[in-house]
Design a protein around this ligand. Structure first.
Ligand code: FES
Ligand code: CO
Length: 325
């Protein structure tokens, strides 16, 4: 099941969290080591020394930007070639098999991305990242015991907004999901929906709503497999708040979500208001999503009940079934 997913880019770390020393993570059940070379460029490889299987993420990076295994000091360059073996006699030949598999690694919109095979698609777009009108807040990354598909679907599930997040993302007296259409095209789902949102500003100054409630249009691009760009427009003020959400699939039962909140209003506001708002929502969602069985979304639509308002999930499951074929 992981094979097709290995050809897509996945986020593996905030850029700011990846420093010079190596760190280990998992992506699609693969142990991955991340490090930066002397120029600060990020690299990714298999987190397993071919000598004795030691995690290279326990090692160090030398002045030349090479990864040094902590067990016997074998040293690997950014192409994965072993360039030094302290135990090798000076006239002995370097064994050919002393290589670490290297993965595609790139840095984009404040995240480090890895693709385990040759990529078949681009890194999902986050156009506001380069727009000086916007200010970005990186919310705390959250790791849940669930499949990445469950996390993605939860982020875009309209039916729960006013129910589970009553008073924050919607209100329990207004649960009918407004009509919307989903278009699936070249690896992405496109849909938008206009809804009434509560003014949360007394508790969390994150919305740009003046009265008790305001109208908000949400425009979504869900890029397969696990990223969502959600552009919200507040009708009152004609201002925008964008959420860029990308999920790292560690395995079928564990995923990490990275979320940016970007806005073009209240630029002087305390960024904590935005990250704390997201943290409260995530803690409301987490026990629900972690309880869902099976851990990963079933791709056969008959396995769960689909209502007309579940259009996005229906389109997403169809598209994922296609991708994983
Ligand atoms: Fe890595 Fe021996 S296990 S050098
Ligand atoms: Co939620």
């Amino acid at each position: 099941m992981n094979e097709p997913l290995r050809r897509y880019w996945h986020p593996v770390s905030w850029s700011a969290d990846l420093e010079a020393h190596p760190v280990g993570t998992t992506l699609l059940e693969e142990r991955v080591v991340l490090w930066r070379d002397a120029q600060g460029m990020p690299h990714a490889g298999m987190d397993q020394c071919p000598h004795r299987g030691t995690a290279l993420s326990l090692g160090t990076v030398n002045d030349g930007g090479c990864l040094v295994c902590p067990y016997h000091g074998w040293t690997y360059d950014t192409a994965g070639t072993c360039t030094s073996m302290p135990q090798l006699a000076p006239d002995a030949r370097m064994p050919e098999r002393a290589r670490v598999p290297i993965f595609h690694c790139a840095e984009r919109s404040g995240l480090v991305w890895v693709c385990l095979e040759d990529p078949v698609a681009d890194i999902p777009a986050f156009p506001e990242w380069d727009d000086p009108a916007y200010q970005h807040v990186a919310c705390a990354a959250y790791t849940w015991q669930c499949g990445a598909g469950r996390m993605v679907e939860n982020f875009t599930d309209f039916g729960h907004l006013g129910y589970l997040h009553d008073g924050l993302l919607g209100t329990s007296d207004d649960l009918i999901v407004p009509p919307h259409q989903v278009v699936t095209e070249s690896g992405a789902l496109y849909y938008d929906l206009t809804m009434t949102v509560p003014n949360t500003n007394e508790e969390f100054a994150v919305t740009d709503v003046t009265g008790e409630r305001g109208l908000q249009t949400n425009t979504y691009v869900l890029t397969l497999p696990y990223s969502i760009h959600l552009a919200c427009r507040y009708h009152d003020a004609d201002t925008h708040r964008t959420l860029f959400f990308a999920v790292q699939p560690h395995s079928a039962t564990e995923a990490t979500g990275y979320c940016y909140q970007s806005r073009d209003f209240d630029l002087g506001a305390d960024p904590r208001s935005f990250s704390e708002f997201q943290a409260v929502l995530a803690e409301q969602d987490r026990p629900i999503v972690e309880s869902q069985a099976p851990k990963e979304i079933p791709l056969d639509l008959k396995d769960e009940l689909q209502l007309p308002y579940d259009k996005v999930a229906i389109a997403y499951r169809r598209a994922m079934a296609d991708l994983l074929k």
